[in-house]
Design a binder for this molecule. Structure first.
Ligand code: GP9
Ligand code: MN
Length: 585
């Protein structure tokens, strides 16, 4: 029965069922409507073997061997036991972590089989419900106290209030694009010429950080759209998709906007099909809406994705007064295979050194993960350049604001950057740390290097917004900042309008670390790093009051945010959820 249900479910959703979805009425309605068209005769092939087995037993009156005691059981099933042990020994830590996160159901079924997947799914689905049974009253009290000081409507204005009122918003989710690539040149060639131009013409936030946890891409989408932090345990998109949230799409909807998301991967990845309803998107153009005519890495290439989504966007623009569209890129995704052949003008990753009138080439970034990453970012940038052309020729830039964010860092190891900054060409290796020319790249340098680009660009408004903002900013500040610019307000946002922070913002991270304009604080070692001096602050010189105040605020925000997810505390705070999302074409 499980096989038949899953097989039919797969016909429609290209994924496997989850008990957490079966218990939500939203999902049942969707399946009911499509059940008849979805079930195919071939789904019943799973009946063949059991039928033969049952017939055989009945006919031969076959009796199963005596497996009552454990020794006999092992004897009868020794091959099964050996296979299971061998399988378990062969699993990598990443396989276990995928079981826990359960974000890629297809992978789990392929790796562990349908039954293991389902047993695991029951645990993963029940756990959040169990936690929510205890501690509700305390959580609700803290929640009420925390928001008691806040006004129901925005209590201030500033020079950016309503500047984008009535404009469309295209939000581009730049997969794994980090900030250090902006204005970076390799052998005289810009890695990201298109991003560099947009950053220069628009409003660029040069100290922006994503605040993701294990939910990576989905956490980034979650925090941007809700101004809440990722879940402490599990993934918000997967474990807390059935909660209510105050979100950018819902707030835009109250202003008459139509909300869409475009992503050429399967709609079920990160549980987007379900979570997008809770976020309030009206429409999700997932893999089904695209012709997969060019595959790179995880799926449809970004260039093809942008080419194909433009006519859809044009149609939606013609049909609606205003729109908010999220475009989720895919190509620049770990493990960054070599995609130089897809670029019109790939980077040359060698290092050229001229000595005694003779120029020699050294491998430098060739064959390294960082090298392939830069090549891949270069491709993503080319794709963005093409998107700008498509939007321009279709008149989609006239009344539109573009927003671009790197969703999280590329999760490359420190050793890649050490080689990048400290290449010893003579020996084709990384300089020794004791070398006087060695550029330090330790824990704090690596953490700060996780910064990703964020900017606004608007063809007809760039003169008004053209500047670089250095105040630290996090994904959770986007909703309030946008709200002030487009004309909406969310009392429950945990971030701030960046122009309402006295140039003294704090960006908190799910592990309790945080970054300000002055310091990066490491909560594990209770240690602060001076960003300007580029060194750890000695214990006796630490600005303790400054640190303690922010550490307390960080913990408070992380707790409130997690309580909102676990106890569904935003339920009935005012905005209705939108149930009308249609999946695919
Ligand atoms: C999956 C894509 C990548 O559809 O958005 O997710 P990530 O692995 O970056 O979290
Ligand atoms: Mn991502």
């Amino acid at each position: 029965l499980l096989c038949i249900i899953n097989s039919s479910y797969y016909n429609y959703f290209s994924s496997y069922t989850s008990i957490s979805q079966l218990v939500t009425t939203k999902y049942l309605g969707e399946v009911k409507d499509s059940l008849i068209t979805v079930v195919k005769l071939r789904d019943f092939i799973y009946l063949v073997l059991p039928t033969i087995l049952i017939a055989y037993i009945l006919k031969t009156k076959y009796r199963f061997s005596n497996t009552k005691n454990f020794k006999n059981f092992l004897k009868v099933n020794n091959l099964t036991v050996i296979c299971t042990v061998l399988f378990a020994l062969n699993l990598k830590p990443v396989d276990y972590s995928r079981l826990v996160k359960q974000w890629n159901r297809i992978y789990l079924v392929e790796k562990f089989g349908l039954y293991v997947y389902h047993v695991n799914d029951v645990f993963q689905s029940v756990e959040p419900k169990l936690i929510a049974i205890f501690g509700y009253d305390k959580a609700k009290r803290n929640f009420n106290d925390y928001y008691a000081k806040r006004t129901d409507v925005q209590s201030y204005t500033n020079e950016y209030t309503n500047i984008f009122k009535g404009k469309n918003l295209i939000s581009i989710h730049g997969e794994s694009i980090q900030k250090f690539v902006i204005n970076l040149k390799i052998n005289g060639k810009e890695v990201t010429p298109n991003l560099n131009r947009l950053v220069k013409e628009g409003m660029y936030f040069s100290n922006y950080y994503s605040q993701v946890s294990v939910g990576t891409s989905s956490d980034s989408e979650f925090t941007i759209n809700t101004s809440l932090m990722p879940a402490k345990v599990g993934v918000a998109f997967v474990s807390y998709f059935d909660r209510e949230y105050v979100t950018i799409p819902k707030l835009f909807k109250s202003l008459g906007y139509y909300n869409m998301s475009f992503h050429a991967n399967k709609g079920d990845f990160w549980n987007r099909n379900s979570m997008y309803k809770s976020l309030g998107y009206d429409k999700f153009y997932d893999q089904k809406a695209f012709n997969i005519d060019e595959t790179i890495g995880l799926g449809l290439s970004d260039k093809s994705f942008f080419r194909q989504l433009t006519p859809i966007l044009k149609k939606e623009n013609d049909n609606h007064q205003n729109f908010y569209a999220t475009l989720i890129m895919l190509t620049n995704h770990t493990p960054f295979p070599d995609i130089s052949s897809y670029s019109k003008d790939p980077l040359d990753l060698k290092m050229y050194v001229t000595e005694n009138g003779e120029t020699k080439a050294y491998p430098y970034l060739e064959g390294t993960v960082l090298g392939r990453y830069l090549q891949s970012v270069h491709y993503a940038d080319e794709a963005l350049g093409e998107l700008m052309e498509h939007l321009e020729t279709n008149g989609l830039l006239e009344n539109t604001v573009l927003m671009f964010y790197g969703d999280h860092d590329a999760r490359l190891s420190s050793s890649e950057y050490k080689r990048f900054y400290n290449y010893d060409y003579k020996n084709d290796k990384t300089l020794d740390e004791t070398d006087p020319n060695y550029k330090k790249y330790g824990y704090y340098e690596h953490e700060l290097n996780r910064s990703v680009p964020f900017f606004f660009w608007s063809k007809n408004d760039n003169q008004k917004i053209n500047k670089t903002i250095t105040n630290v900013m996090g994904a959770y500040d986007i909703l309030p900042t946008l709200g002030n610019m487009f004309g909406f307000y969310n009392k429950y946002a945990l971030g701030s309008d960046i122009f309402n922070t006295n140039n003294d913002n704090t960006v908190i991270f799910p592990n309790g670390n945080y970054v300000t304009n002055k310091i990066y604080y490491n909560s594990q070692s209770d240690e602060a790093y001076d960003i300007e001096k580029k060194e750890v602050i000695q214990k006796e010189l630490e600005p303790r009051e400054y640190i303690n105040k922010r550490t307390k605020e960080t913990e408070e925000k992380l707790n409130i945010s997690n309580d909102i997810l676990v106890y569904n505390l935003l339920k009935k705070v005012g905005l209705k959820t939108n149930d009308e999302l249609k999946v695919g074409k």
